[in-house]
Design a protein around this ligand. Sequence first.
Ligand SMILES: [Zn+2]
Length: 301
Amino acid sequence: MTMRRPGRGRWTWCAALAAALASIPALPAGEAAAFCRTTTCKGQDACNGEEIAGCTPLAWKRTCIGFALQEDASEKVPLEDARASLSDAFYIWQSADCGGAPPGLAIQDMGTVTCGEVEYNSEAGNANLMVFRDGVWPHEGGQHNIALTTVSYDPNTGELYNADIEVNTAGYDFSGEFSYDLTWVLTHETGHFLGLGHSEPPAIMQPSYDPSQVGGPDLSPDDVAGICAAYPPADLDPGRCNPIPRHGFAPLCGDAQTPGCSVAPGEQRGSGSGQAVRAVIAGALAVVAAVVARAVRRART
Ligand SMILES: [Zn+2]
């Protein structure tokens, strides 16, 4: 596959809050598909376009999303190689054929960030980052995880607020002759980043990775159906593409940011009923036959 990469840009970290919105789509009537979307209900993915009462599929409710790379990359994967793989992974999803048009989302490279923490800050700036874990894979019981994507979202609406990808370079080799294919792994992880759940082989969203079985990082019809259901084609205005995360873009972690910069507007801690809350789901890509771990916790918007 010939791949063009999304445009790259640099952004100052005290930028304004983005506010572009788009609706969550529905699968066209009568279209058979086998894909799953992560929902607001822990452990309950909505598959094949089904609707689960009280469970809303996750999606970015904006057409322009930014991502960033942790500046140190990996001793085993140089920064520019990582950037190329991640950009290609997003481009693969953006190139899906949704009935003659691509999915209705734009994705931009926002450069590098210092922060390597998986976090979503409700009172400071954010970045949707990819970070390598060279030393220790920090997820207890997750030694079978090749990579892990953690998404933060509004549990009432399913709106995705933040997504961070961790790659387990402590446990897996992405550079040798018999290594794992980083672009394949990142295409899978960016599927989670965009709100997709696990489906069955040969989908790129299959829950495990067997180096002897997987091919190139190409989307299966199920993958295409999933991304097109989540982001149907739309008239995107490049001039209005604003990839800046909620509460601003920040290359520093939340606790290192300057007070007063990239703060959240008008929120009060512990204000009782009606307060928006945030939930987090982590979706892991495991080695073949390994169990996929999920963890959920709640916090403020
Ligand atoms: Zn996965």
